[in-house]
Write a protein of this length. Sequence first.
Length: 256
Amino acid sequence: MHAAGITYRKVLVVDDDAIMRELLTALLGIEGYEVQTAESGEEALKLLASGAELDIILADLHMPGLHGPELVERLNNAKARSTLLIAMSGSKLKKEHAGLFGAFLQKPFAVEDFIEAVETAKGQTPAEASSENPVTAPHTTALDEEIFGRMAAMLPAAQLKELYRITIDDVLRRVRLMRASLENGDHAAIRAEAHAIKGGCGMVGASELSRLAADIEAGSGQGSQKGNPPFADFDAACSRLQVMLDARFSENVETA
């Protein structure tokens, strides 16, 4: 399903995760959408107040500051009546939130899922456009080959390679933040960083990193019950992912 000839073209992506914003900008741009981004609910509201013309708002429900039902309510009040509101999250949709927006996408999702969600929202039938989330299933490999292949078919190799580099750097940065938060006893901050890693890595097929983050967020990681999440596992998973990426990009060069 391609978005050629789409009438709902102008999209605002609202997400505090820079990697998610960059990834969605690239993937939706290839499909013909004109994408703007906002890194917070507050910034999105400022854009709307400035008179920005938008057809679709794709907003993450879990962000620092304005988030969740309050964010949805304020976006609904500020947007034009014709603007579609689609929510997304790395967590499953709560039943009590199902009627607040036109459609819902659970990360990771493909562009095809987004296009289907737009059709759902146009029909004004709130629904979860992606009923299953591969991130919640056990993974034994560092890289989801299907997701990598799909992205490799859509993005230039240099851009894709840079996206994965940024992803790994972001994971390592967030792990440092989680370690600091553990020393301060701030477990809410640890869960927030883990949630961000889970969603971002899930979108690019970094399966092992996404699973590790999901375990930390849920408090089920090895050692987490003792207040000592297995942060070292992230270092090893990043290394395994880099090895697999190097091999894939090398193969692409050899077959080009």
